[in-house]
Design a binder for this molecule. Structure first.
Ligand code: ZN
Length: 150
């Protein structure tokens, strides 16, 4: 395992063991439930959108290390971002997870590049993308309240 992969592994382990922004958000303006039936991951995403920005965001749920770490990394990164920027980030992460392998991770993904390791494991892609799909649903104009990564 090279140094970068080891660093990425540490990021995932850290965010799984100690998820950021974990819990309910009482004044959420959008609440989205996400399920990945293939793995059994379940999460609820609470987002407070105001002034075109993600003012606050939290999540809770149960799932495998990848799904929890990915949701944790997502909330940490998008909190305070304009909705447009969060949607652009969704596209970059989506490309990282599912795009052609020769794509280098977008430079500004930073720690989120750690999620790219799941490309080697197709069944894990849905674990890593669950929180991101919930985010997209939560901030889209036609906000859905349930997402399934099937
Ligand atoms: Zn999973």
């Amino acid at each position: 395992m090279d140094e970068l992969q080891e660093l990425y592994r540490q990021v995932i382990l850290d965010h799984n063991r100690n998820p950021r922004n974990f819990g309910e958000l009482a004044d959420a303006t959008r609440v989205v439930a996400g399920v990945n039936p293939l793995c059994g991951d379940k999460m609820t995403l609470y987002v407070k959108v105001g002034d075109g920005k993600i003012e606050d965001i939290r999540f809770q749920g149960t799932g495998c290390a990848i799904s929890v770490a990915s949701s944790s990394l997502m909330t940490e990164r998008v909190k305070g971002l304009p909705v447009d920027a969060a949607l652009q980030l969704f596209e970059k992460v989506h490309d990282l997870l599912t795009g052609p392998r020769e794509h280098e991770p977008a430079a500004d993904l930073d720690k989120l590049a750690a999620l790219g390791g799941v490309r080697e494991y197709p069944s894990r892609v849905k674990c890593a993308s669950l929180g991101w799909h919930a985010l997209k649903s939560a901030v889209a104009d036609d906000a859905a309240t349930n997402v399934t990564t099937e």
